[in-house]
Write a protein that binds this ligand. Structure first.
Ligand SMILES: [Zn+2]
Ligand SMILES: [Zn+2]
Length: 130
C-alpha cells in the first residue's frame, strides 16, 4: 500500500513524502508541521482513485493551512481537490478481527454483525467520522 500512497503524493508533485500509515477509523489522516503525514490505511483502502486524490490532497493542503477555515477551502479549490469525491465519512465500517474482512454500512440496523466469511465471528463496528 505504501507504493500506492507514494504514487498519489507524486501526482501532487511531492517526490519523497515522509508518511506513516495508521489504522485509524475515525480520521482520514494527519499532517504535522514538520511536513510529515499519517494516512489511515482504512480510508485509503476503501476510496477509489478520485477519493484517494481528495484524501491525500486534503492532508497536503494542510501544509499551507492547518485548520479547516475558509482559507483552507480556498487552498483546496486551487489544488482542485474535491472533497465530495471522498466517500462520506459518517458511515460505519465493519471489521473482522479474524480474517481482516472489512465492509461499509450506511445505517446500523442490528446491534451485532457477523463476518460473512467466518460466520460465527462477530465483527467490530466503527463509526467513520471526519
Ligand atoms: Zn483536515
Ligand atoms: Zn472474518
Amino acid at each position: 500500500m505504501r507504493q500506492e500512497v507514494r504514487k498519489i503524493f507524486l501526482e501532487f508533485g511531492i517526490q519523497n513524502p515522509v508518511f506513516k500509515l495508521n489504522n485509524n477509523y475515525n480520521k482520514i489522516g494527519l499532517c504535522y508541521n514538520n511536513n510529515t503525514f499519517e494516512i489511515s490505511r482504512i480510508s485509503f483502502r476503501y476510496n477509489n482513485h478520485q477519493g484517494r486524490m481528495a484524501l491525500i490532497g486534503h492532508e497536503i493542503a494542510h501544509l499551507k493551512q492547518f485548520n479547516h477555515s475558509k482559507k483552507f477551502k480556498e487552498v483546496c479549490d486551487k489544488m482542485e481537490i474535491n472533497e465530495k469525491e471522498m466517500l462520506p465519512m459518517s458511515r460505519y465500517i465493519l471489521f473482522c478481527p479474524r480474517c481482516k474482512y472489512w465492509g461499509r454500512l450506511n445505517v446500523l440496523k442490528k446491534t451485532k454483525y457477523y463476518c460473512k466469511h467466518c460466520k460465527e465471528q462477530e465483527v467490530m463496528v466503527y463509526q467513520h467520522k471526519k
